[in-house]
Every structure is written in C-alpha cells, then in structure tokens.
Design a protein around this ligand. Structure first.
Ligand code: GUN
Length: 283
C-alpha cells in the first residue's frame, strides 16, 4: 500500500505561506506582486488554465491582468503587448499561455519576455541558469514535483531517478532539478530501448509522456516513489495520468494521484515565481 502524496493539501499549505509573505511584502513596499496572463484564441483547455491562474492570484493576494486576444491576433500585436508589459512597473510576471495558434511563433514570444519577468522560466537565459544550478525562477511543473518530494520527506540524494519524457517544459528541467539534489538521473523517451527495464531500476520514477495509464505495475520496482505528471482524458471524459494507478499503487511506497497530485502544484509554483520576481524588483 503506497502513501498517497496529496498535492492539493501541499499546494494549499504553500499558497498560505505565499499569501502571508505577500501581505508582508505589500505592507513594506506599498504594492503587490503583479502577474499578466496572455491567451490567444479559444482553446478550451487553455481557457481553464488561465481562469485557474487568475483565481490563484486572487487567493494569494496578487494583482493580476488577463489579456484574452482573438485568434486573428498578429505577431506584431502580440509582440507589442509583451513590450508594453515588459515596461509596466505594476507587472512582475508575464505568462503567455501555450500553445499559440499556428500562425504565431512561440519562440519569438519566449525570447521577447524580459527574463526578469519570465515566470515560466522558458527564456534561454533562465533555462541556462537552471542548467548551472543558479536559478531564481524554477520551471513550474518540475518545481512542483520537487516540492512534493521535499514536503513528503523523500530524499533524492544518491537515488536512481528515472524521468520519462524529454520536453523543454517538464522532462529536461526535471532531470536538472533532480541532478542538483544529487540524484542519479536517467532520461528516457520514445526511442529508449527496453523502457520497462530502465523504469524497474527507478527509486523515483517521474512519468511525463502524455499517454493514459501507460506505466503498469510490472514496470515498477517494489517500494519506488512514483510521480505522475500526466493529464490525459479517457474516452469517457475522465481525467487520468500516465500511470495505471490500480496496478502501480500496490507496489509503490509513495504515489501521486491524478487529479490532485502534481496538477495543483504547477500554478502554486507560478505564484512562487511571481512573488520572487516582485522581490527581485525591489532589490
Ligand atoms: N501550456 C501548458 N503548460 C504551460 C505552462 O506551464 N506555461 C505556459 N505558458 N503555457 C502552458
């Protein structure tokens, strides 16, 4: 029987801490951390994320602005908005929800956001800082995973850590954060030979490939910590992770559920980064 890592409870605890720090910050400096969220087009999943991000801002006492732009927005218009927000003293964090409509270049936007306001930590400057272990902004999902491990009392030092997935948003930065905690890290992907065999070596398995219920009990070492970053919709509309909970849970020592595991932590880490950006702005 695995212990369930309750991402909702841990997230609520951290948001409470951020809220307290925000009140102190506002009393000291006379303004609140400010986050601007940009969304282009009408992707329903993105709209839900953006709504949740604004709600989280209200919860912790931040100032927030939302820019809901039509799908017909041009690159120049989007770039101009980023320039305006870069120059706005009330805004400490800028997040442009991805993916963008196909005619827009995500890379241009990522490069245009001032690295000091890049609360997603997607700008190459911040990616480089993460690589060398000198970071003010942590990429939100991997940082959420690290916070879950830490607050569950799971030490990474010396452990076999297997990250499955090599995206710029999750897999690659996740590997770096685990490495900085002295884990022995293997990154697997779609071309990995005998994936099951590599997964069976893991003391800590981070599943981030976006395939519903892909990781089954036979791929897990007895007593492993299993972190499920997946967010997939089954045919019946139910939300499910990358891990087949029913067969993996009996073998794991700790496991994150979906929903209620990594998901709630991602936005909480975004709040943490925005507070950091506001603090850095008065240094
Ligand atoms: N789309 C899916 N995840 C993310 C994220 O973490 N940040 C942004 N900006 N867009 C996303």
């Amino acid at each position: 029987m695995a212990k369930i890592i309750d991402g909702k409870a841990i997230s609520a605890q951290i948001r409470e801490e951020i809220k307290k720090e925000t009140e102190q910050f506002a009393a000291e400096h006379g303004f609140r951390p400010g986050l601007a969220v940009i969304i282009v087009g009408e992707d329903p999943a993105s709209q839900v994320y953006v709504r949740n991000k604004r709600r989280a801002c209200d919860e912790v006492g931040f100032y927030s602005e939302a820019y809901e732009l039509p799908a017909s927005t041009t690159q120049d218009e989007l770039n101009s908005l980023v320039d305006k927000l870069n120059a706005d003293k009330a805004i400490h964090g800028i997040l442009c929800q991805l993916p963008l409509p196909r005619h827009l270049d995500e890379n241009q936007v990522i490069l245009r956001i001032d690295p000091k306001k890049d609360v997603d930590a997607f700008h190459p400057y911040n990616v480089g800082k993460i690589m060398i272990g000198d970071y003010s902004f942590l990429p939100c999902t991997p940082a959420g995973v690290m916070a879950l491990l830490e607050r569950s009392g799971i030490d990474v030092c010396g452990k076999e850590c297997v990250v499955v997935g090599r995206s710029n948003i999750v897999g690659k930065p996740q590997a770096m954060l685990l490495l900085h905690k002295s884990g022995t890290v293997t990154v697997c992907h779609s071309k990995t030979r005998d994936l099951a065999e590599v997964c069976r070596r893991a003391d800590i398995l981070v599943a981030a490939i976006g395939k519903a219920d892909f990781f089954t009990g036979d791929m897990i070492k007895e007593g492993a910590v299993v972190i499920d970053v997946g967010m997939n919709r089954r045919a019946d509309g139910k939300l499910t992770g990358d891990v087949d909970f029913a067969t993996v849970e009996p073998k794991a020592s700790y496991i994150t559920p979906v929903p209620g595991g990594v998901g709630p932590m991602t936005i909480t880490m975004l709040m943490q980064n925005t507070l950091t950006a506001a603090k850095d702005s008065v240094k």
